[in-house]
Design a protein around this ligand. Structure first.
Ligand code: PHE
Length: 340
């Protein structure tokens, strides 16, 4: 009888130890503790037989039972410390944590400028249109009165995709596309990406946005160009804004001008942002060259028009006082979040 109990105890020690060694998760270890040493566990079951033993045999069996209990308890404890904890998803939810803010999408600063500029011209009667970024040499240069051997084409030394096919260097080819498709009167504003073989530095990017404008009708003069641009500048930058036209050259406009606005930072006094001139350049513009009208099949004796082109990234840099154009292309959330 005593030997029988001693055998059961020995079996419990061996099997219990093996089971404890095999346990991986904390939950398994706890289940084993209940099964081996719990109130209804195997050890308790064995000890129930103790009462039937002759009194002189009880201490020996009792002592062995206690030893095994201590051994298994120690092993369970040690195992528990190294056990992995399998937690349910629910256990991971801490309702006391502060909520995690959702990311709010926002428009890129350049997109904001594009939207605002196009919106102003739309309110002045212009229609927003787009053209292809993969363009033919014919539309990018030839129809715009820019033969490839003209020095002006050098400034647009560019990415050729195939013979006679380029990534457009400006949005001006859309002028020709629109005029070929529609008869005057025309008023369009054309946002889009353009590409140049420029170094990526603080003030240049090889791909950037432009906004083109074109108005063609009978009797359009330089006055219309000036008034339209001045009105745009006042609406975009504020009613105090002054506008100035400086003579310039583009093959597809004649006369041509660079347009400056009074410095948005100092209001024209002269500061570091405007290099002490009081002015900031915002676009190129001019009256559509008759040669362009001829190239698209318009009668240059009947129609006149004006065109302009601006770079919204440059305008965003002025508006937000950005020191480096590359900030606009890095997709750094710390930067972009400021324009939400
Ligand atoms: N296309 C010219 C450029 O990219 C800008 C421009 C457009 C100038 C329309 C005059 C008229 O530099």
């Amino acid at each position: 009888m005593a030997n029988d109990l001693m055998q059961q105890l020995a079996l419990l020690e061996r099997e219990g130890s093996e089971a404890i060694d095999a346990a991986v998760e904390a939950g398994d270890v706890e289940r084993l503790r209940v099964e081996l040493l719990g109130r209804k566990g195997r050890l308790t079951g064995i000890l129930r037989g103790l009462g039937q033993l002759p009194a002189d045999q009880r201490p020996r069996v009792g002592a062995e039972a206690n030893r095994i209990k201590d051994v298994l308890a120690a092993r369970l404890e040690e195992r528990k410390e190294r056990a992995v904890t399998a937690v349910s998803d629910e256990a991971l939810i801490d309702l006391t944590l502060p909520g995690r803010a959702h990311w709010r999408g926002g428009l890129h600063p350049v997109t904001q400028v594009v939207e605002e500029v196009c919106g102003i011209f739309e309110s002045l009667g212009f229609t927003r249109v787009r053209g292809p970024e993969v363009e033919t040499v014919e539309y990018n240069f030839t129809k715009l009165n820019t033969p490839l051997d003209h020095p002006a084409a050098d400034m647009h030394d560019t990415f050729y995709l195939a013979d006679g096919v380029v990534l457009r260097t400006h949005t001006s080819p859309v002028q020709a596309r629109v005029m070929e498709e529609f008869e005057p009167p025309i008023r369009v504003v054309v946002p889009g990406t353009v590409y140049r073989r420029d170094p990526f530095d603080a003030s240049h990017a090889p791909a950037f946005e432009q906004i083109e404008g074109l108005a063609v009708d009978e009797g359009i003069t330089f006055i219309d160009l000036k008034a339209t641009i001045a009105e745009f500048a006042r609406r975009f930058l504020g009613p105090q804004t002054k506008t100035r036209f400086r003579p310039s050259f583009f093959p597809f406009t004649e006369p041509s001008a660079e347009v400056d606005v009074s410095c948005q930072i100092c209001g024209g006094e002269g500061c570091s942002a405007c290099k002490r001139t009081g002015w900031m350049e915002i676009m190129g513009a001019g009256m559509v060259d008759p040669a362009v009208f001829e190239a698209v099949g318009y009668d240059p004796e009947r129609y006149t028009g004006f065109a302009f082109g601006m770079g919204p990234a440059r305008i965003a840099m002025q508006r937000f006082r950005l020191p480096d154009i590359r900030l606009l292309y890095e997709n750094d959330m710390r930067f972009l979040e400021q324009f939400g």
